[in-house]
Each structure stands twice: as structure tokens, then as C-alpha cells.
Design a protein around this ligand. Structure first.
Ligand code: ZN
Length: 511
């Protein structure tokens, strides 16, 4: 395990918020300044001082944002891999005393780090020299209050909600206190709560059935790779070796985390949060220099989500996602393949998306592609980038095809591989009876559409288009099915000339 240095320090959700010149972003910057001023007033600054401090923060954050990587750059494993010794870090960012810093946080012997964004570290170092100490003090006051406001007294909580939830996401009403506190506790004691969760909601039979499903999906993807026309035999061998070696985790970890070192009391809520953050920091830092723990999970069991980890070449499905609408023990196979089957295929495909494909079967950053196959992959995915760039989500707010490419590849691959897996599971017995008037293939697609049912306010949608690597829910459905010949075969009433219809040659085939 190695330490990582990552850009940080800005209060808006993404660097682009400091520079975009559209009306809605300009309005958000204006409101952010007001929010900063109000927070300094809550810290008992005089109104004129508070206003001046707000200006200082905006200026410093803009400087940091300018040196930050864009979220598209942050997805580039080559560009963000810059391993240096501490001496190397001193050369890169000479006006920060790194030895002293790492000693003070308790890790004096740190030999090396990976600097994700060298430009950011350079600028941060430069600012140490050029920004007056008093401004840094203001900056640190803001960092402290901004990271703790949600756990302080009502006036801080309300002001924090007003900007981060109401202005940025359009949320009108705060969630009830028990929900907010449950979230915080679930973050702090994730696997403790997870133990309670799986005991109550995760039957052992679900784990077995899920493991069988994953094996069927693996078989399906293997067959798809073998039959790809754009990929040569040499790269196929490597791809299949990677798929064969891909690890699978289902439900919950074999070994639970130990929280006995975390001090919790009935005294201060804020202090409990701070103790938990310090505990997490130590937990992460203590891993440095040790071998990777293969039993570790990056999500808690109660999380309704799943992931692929390129460094470990493994797919992970927490118990939380193994319930309807994703997974229904009482539903027929078409419904489950369209939902959890698609999720499994999606995570597997991440091992072969524009980022995942740069890692090999052992999770190392190694190019295992022939030149021709790399080129063919990029040609096919360029079609996808272009398609998604054209999806207008909200009055001329377009999806960012590059930012969402990995997820869009995983969606298309996931649905395709899941459909193929479902077909294989029928073993030639295709003529199943319709249910509620829908054929089994139609039910597969209906189920796929149903897992993305979401309700989002416009403000939240705008924010996500800038920050989320996933496309908005509606696009995750339409963007995928109109690229699939299986969809046209299932819904024969969809014809050329229909609004979303795509000719065969306009449909990319990636996995
Ligand atoms: Zn994904």
C-alpha cells in the first residue's frame, strides 16, 4: 500500500464551478460569496470583516481550482500516476516542509507517495510563499467551520443546508434528524451497523443464488469476448485471463472491522464525529507500506450500490443492493437478469472500460493490448462519446460524453452481457409464456428501466452533469437500449423514423 496526495481545498463541488460562465453557475458563485460571508458572521466577525474574508476565500479557492485537474483528467490512470520519494516531493513543491508535515501527523518515516495532480501541489507550494499568513489563517478557519457546520448548533446547520442542499441541489426541506444521524453513524461505524443489517435482511440463500448468477454472467462475457469481431486473438487471450482471474465478493466481508479503538461518548455529537474522522485517518495511514489486505471492502454491507476495483481486479456486491428492484428472489429470471444481472455485467465491464482496460489481471497498470485493438476500441467508444454529448438533459445542459464514458461503456456492456446470459440460461427453451402481456425479453428491458427510476430536482441534475461520472437516469436507459439489436427484436413496434431509433451502423458494439 502506498500513500496518495490528492487535490482538495475548494468549497464548491468541482473546479469548473469557479470558471464556467453560464448564468446558473454565475448565480451559484454569487450565492457562495453570500454563504461565506454569513458563515464568517456566525463566527462573530464584523459584517465588513466577514465580507472581506469571503473575498479572500473565493480568491484562494479559485487559485487552487485553476491548478486542479478536471474530473476527466482525474480518470486518467497514467496522468495521475506520479510516484515520488519525499525528496522528490520536496523538489516538486519546495515551499511546503513535507518532512515536518508527515512527522507532525504521526508518520515520520514515509518513504514515497503517489502525487495524483502535480500541478496542484506545485501551485499549493507557490501559494505558501505568495499568500500572507493572515489569509491562510482565514482559509483554515473556513476549512474548519465548513467541515463541521453540519454537526454544530442550529444556526450553522441551517446556513450550511441553505447553500449546500437548497442552492446547489434544490432540496427544499431538511431530512428528519434521525435520518441525518443514521447516515453519519453509518459512515463512522459502517461495518458494525452492517453486521446488524445482514443478520436481519440478508438470508444465506441470497448469497448462494447471487454467486451462481455471477458465474453465469462470467460465462456470458467470456463468450462475447471470444466472438468479438473487432478484437484480435492475442488481446482476447489477455482479456479472458483477466476475466477468469476477476475476484467476486457478495453480501458482507468475511472478517469484520474492529472499532474498539474509537472513543464514542454521550457527550458531544461534534466530538464523536471528530474522533471518528481521526480514527479513519489513522486506519488509512496505518496501511501504508503493508501488503494489500485481500479481504477488505470499500463499501459497507448496507450500501445500495456495487463496485469494480481495478487495482484488485474484483467485483463487489454489498447486501444492500441484493433486494428489489435490483434483486427479487420471487421474480422470474427475465426480471432478475434485467436488473441485478445487468448490475453484475456492468461491474465486470468496468474491468474493460476506457480506464479499467489499462490494468491487467493482477491489478497492475500494464498495457496488454495490441496497437490495432487499442485503436479499434477507441474508434468504437468515440461513437459512444459523441452519442452522449448530444443528450440534452435540461434546457441545453448536455451530458459530458467523456466524463461519463466509463459508465456508459459499463451500461452498454452490462445490459448486453446480461441479456446474453439470460438467453444462455434458457438452454434453448425460448418460447416462455408472456406475463401481464409482456414477453420474457420485454420483461428483461422493463426490469432494466425500472432499476433507474429516480426523481431529481433541476438544480441537482445540473450539479450531477458537472460532477457525476454516471449519466442521468433517463439517459442510462435510452442511451443503452437504442444501441441494442436485442431491444428492437423485443419491441418490434419500434421502427426507423421513431425519435430514438438508430440504424444498425450507428450502434457501437464494444463488449
Ligand atoms: Zn459503474
Amino acid at each position: 500500500m502506498i500513500a496518495q496526495c490528492y487535490q482538495a481545498g475548494i468549497g464548491l463541488p468541482d473546479r469548473d464551478y469557479y470558471f464556467n460562465s453560464d448564468e446558473s453557475t454565475k448565480k451559484i458563485r454569487k450565492k457562495y460569496l453570500i454563504h461565506l460571508t454569513k458563515m464568517f458572521e456566525l463566527l462573530k466577525d464584523e459584517p465588513t470583516v466577514a465580507e472581506k474574508n469571503a473575498g479572500t476565500i473565493m480568491k484562494m479557492e479559485t487559485q487552487l481550482a485553476k491548478a486542479s485537474f478536471t474530473n476527466v483528467e482525474n480518470q486518467d490512470p497514467q496522468k495521475t500516476y506520479n510516484k515520488v520519494t519525499i525528496e522528490g516531493l520536496n523538489k516538486l513543491a519546495p515551499d511546503i516542509n513535507w518532512k515536518s508535515y508527515f512527522t507532525k501527523v504521526g508518520y515520520p518515516g514515509l518513504p514515497e507517495v503517489n502525487v495524483y495532480q502535480p500541478s496542484f501541489m506545485k501551485e499549493l507550494s507557490n501559494m505558501m510563499k505568495t499568500i500572507p499568513v493572515d489569509d491562510w489563517k482565514t482559509f483554515l478557519r473556513w476549512q474548519l467551520i465548513n467541515s463541521t457546520a453540519a454537526y454544530l448548533s442550529k444556526e450553522f446547520v441551517d446556513q450550511n443546508f441553505d447553500f449546500y442542499n437548497r442552492t446547489l441541489s434544490g432540496q427544499e426541506k431538511m431530512e428528519p434528524r434521525w435520518k441525518l444521524v443514521l447516515d453519519v453513524t453509518s459512515n463512522a461505524l459502517g461495518e458494525s451497523i452492517g453486521q446488524l443489517y445482514v443478520k436481519k435482511y440478508f438470508p444465506p440463500v441470497a448469497k448462494q443464488k447471487m454467486t451462481d448468477l455471477v458465474m453465469n454472467l462470467k460465462k456470458s462475457l467470456k463468450q462475447r469476448i471470444e466472438n468479438l469481431t473487432w478484437m484480435g486473438p492475442q488481446t482476447k487471450l489477455e482479456a479472458i485471463a483477466k476475466l477468469d482471474k476477476m475476484g467476486v465478493k457478495v453480501g458482507y466481508p468475511d472478517k469484520w472491522r474492529d472499532y474498539s479503538g474509537l472513543a464514542i461518548s454521550f457527550g458531544s455529537y461534534m466530538l464523536n464525529v471528530l474522533h471518528s474522522q481521526a480514527f479513519e485517518f489513522r486506519y488509512a495511514m496505518d496501511k501504508i507500506g503493508k501488503p494489500v489486505d485481500p479481504t477488505e471492502w470499500d463499501m459497507t454491507p448496507q450500501t445500495v450500490n456495487a463496485y469494480y476495483n481495478p487495482n484488485r481486479n474484483e467485483i463487489v456486491f454489498p447486501a444492500g443492493i441484493l433486494q428489489p428492484p435490483f434483486y427479487n428472489l420471487d421474480a422470474d429470471d427475465a426480471v432478475n437478469y434485467g436488473a441485478i444481472g445487468m448490475v453484475i455485467g456492468h461491474e465486470m465491464t468496468h474491468g474493460f472500460d476506457n480506464m479499467g482496460r489499462q490494468f491487467d489481471k493482477d491489478g497492475n497498470l500494464r498495457d496488454w493490448w495490441t496497437k490495432e485493438d487499442s485503436k479499434a476500441f477507441e474508434d468504437h467508444t468515440a461513437m459512444l462519446v459523441d452519442q452522449y454529448n448530444h443528450y440534452d438533459v435540461l434546457d441545453s445542459t448536455y451530458v459530458n460524453g467523456k466524463l461519463t464514458l466509463g459508465e456508459n461503456i459499463a451500461d452498454l456492456g452490462g445490459a448486453t452481457v446480461a441479456f446474453n446470459a439470460y438467453k444462455l440460461s434458457l438452454e434453448g427453451k425460448e418460447a416462455l409464456k408472456p406475463i401481464d402481456g409482456f414477453t420474457n425479453y420485454q420483461r428483461f428491458f422493463l426490469s432494466y428501466a425500472q432499476i433507474w427510476r429516480t426523481n431529481r430536482r433541476d438544480e441537482e441534475l445540473r450539479k450531477r452533469v458537472k460532477t457525476d461520472v454516471h449519466s442521468p437516469a433517463k439517459v442510462r436507459i435510452n442511451g443503452v437500449v437504442y444501441n441494442m439489436p436485442e431491444f428492437y427484436a423485443a419491441f418490434t413496434n419500434v421502427k426507423a423514423g421513431d425519435k430514438l431509433f438508430r440504424q444498425a451502423e450507428q450502434r457501437p458494439v464494444i463488449w
